[in-house]
Design a protein around this ligand. Structure first.
Ligand SMILES: *[C@@H]1O[C@H](CO)[C@@H](O)[C@H](O)[C@H]1NC(C)=O
Ligand SMILES: *[C@@H]1O[C@H](CO)[C@@H](O)[C@H](O)[C@H]1NC(C)=O
Length: 383
């Protein structure tokens, strides 16, 4: 081979390498396909059966109990937002307000977050405008505005980010957050917990703060909830969750949930004052509910059914959020807080089951939807 031919071969190789090394401007088809695999196959039939079994044992069996079969009062201020992933390319998301699932019309439920639908001066002060567009159907997020019609977008709805917004997620007022990513000159977006968009060709990350998050449960996860549900029903028909009577109680209840910070619980009854949380009194002063601090308690193990116990968020002798769990079981306190948050929002106690296979997630039942709350494992390898 002539020297010039060798050189040109080397140069061609170098050029190809450079092209591959350059950051891609847009997510690849492979990255789009990988996202599709994160969608959980949620069996609506099985979920409905399990929810009906639970409701039956909760309300019919509980007839002789003190707790009446009152319909739960679901919050109108904090709503679920379903993030739907498009089934076709290019992959993009559409947000659906006040929906716990969003399968249909070319979208599948990717995950769900809850957020303030109305401005809350202490816990949800920062508006985010969600716009929609067609061809293809999709959503876009615009920060710090309440109207976002223009440039082909139309205002769909507005929600309010939680907490004192800070780029540091540790400075959180008990809120969760997820990066919003965009691609193709802001024409499509993606939001998925723990997703590293930058390494898949997405750009312009923006941290969106919200209250809680979860995803739908798969078959195996539904099975482990179903097996334990009768015990939870026996506990939860002795727990009466009532909505906070006013904004001050709502703010303090929210803060009291953040005080919960224990792993495995012993079954012995134990009632702790909210002030065991180092920030509780300060947060209450900020949130105009200092008068409720001496009346705030977290009550654990008030009743015990074969080692299953409730955790109750108690202000002025009323329970505003509660969960049931198996005592002496390792459980991540962060997930218990999110389950309590969902109990506060939906006005019902939540059964909480730890996945014995992937210890780092819990399975629960939120207003009839079987949900998984967890960390990276729960979102990167749903099974
Ligand atoms: C849902 O589960 C039932 C069994 O409980 C099964 O018969 C059915 O085929 C499943 N549906 C889907 C869509 O997988
Ligand atoms: C992105 O869109 C804007 C507005 O539509 C346009 O002015 C700009 O040239 C576009 N940039 C690229 C790189 O396509």
């Amino acid at each position: 081979m002539k020297v010039s031919a060798i050189l040109s071969t080397l140069m061609a190789t170098a050029l190809v390498a450079a092209v591959h090394a350059a950051p891609s401007k847009s997510p690849t088809a492979a990255a789009d396909d990988a996202l599709q695999r994160l969608v959980v196959n949620y069996n609506y039939t099985t979920a409905a059966e399990i929810a009906a079994e639970y409701a039956d044992s909760l309300y019919k069996r509980g007839h002789s109990n003190a707790v009446k079969a009152a319909a739960p009062v679901v919050s109108k201020e904090i709503l679920p937002y379903c993030v739907g992933l498009s089934s076709d390319r290019p992959v993009r998301v559409k947000l659906f307000q006040n929906q716990q699932t969003c399968d249909g019309n070319g979208f599948r439920t990717l995950w769900v977050f809850t957020a303030h639908s109305k401005k809350d001066k202490h816990h949800g002060a920062y508006p985010v405008c969600i716009a929609s567009a067609t061809k293809p159907d999709r959503s876009m997020l615009f920060n710090a505005q309440t109207k976002c019609t223009g440039n082909g977008w139309k205002t769909d709805f507005v929600f309010y980010m939680s907490g004192q917004y800070s780029p540091d997620p540790a400075v959180s007022n008990g809120h969760e957050s997820t990066m919003r990513w965009v691609a193709d000159n802001d024409s499509r977006m993606l939001m998925y917990p723990e997703y590293d968009g930058a390494s898949h060709g997405w750009t312009s990350p923006f941290r969106v703060g919200y209250r809680s998050r979860w995803r739908l449960a798969g078959d195996r996860e539904m099975g482990i909830l179903r097996a334990e549900l009768p015990k939870h029903a026996t506990i939860n028909n002795q727990v009466s969750v009532v909505p906070p009577p006013n904004a001050a109680t709502q703010w303090c209840a929210q803060n009291l949930i953040q005080v919960y910070n224990w792993g495995a619980l012993i079954p012995t009854p134990n009632t702790l004052p909210g002030t065991v949380g180092p920030n509780y009194a300060n947060d209450a002063a900020r949130d105009e509910c200092a008068h409720l601090v001496p009346k705030s308690f977290i009550r654990m193990g008030r009743v015990n059914v074969d080692g299953f116990i409730p955790v109750e968020i108690l202000i002025d002798n009323k329970v505003h959020a509660a969960i049931s769990l198996k005592a002496n079981t390792n459980i991540n306190a962060a997930y218990v807080r999110l389950a309590l948050q969902e109990s506060l929002r939906t006005g019902a106690p939540l059964p909480v089951v730890v996945d014995p296979l992937q210890g780092d997630l819990i399975v629960t039942l939120i207003s009839g939807t079987i949900a998984v709350i967890g960390g990276t494992m729960a979102y990167q390898h749903p099974i």
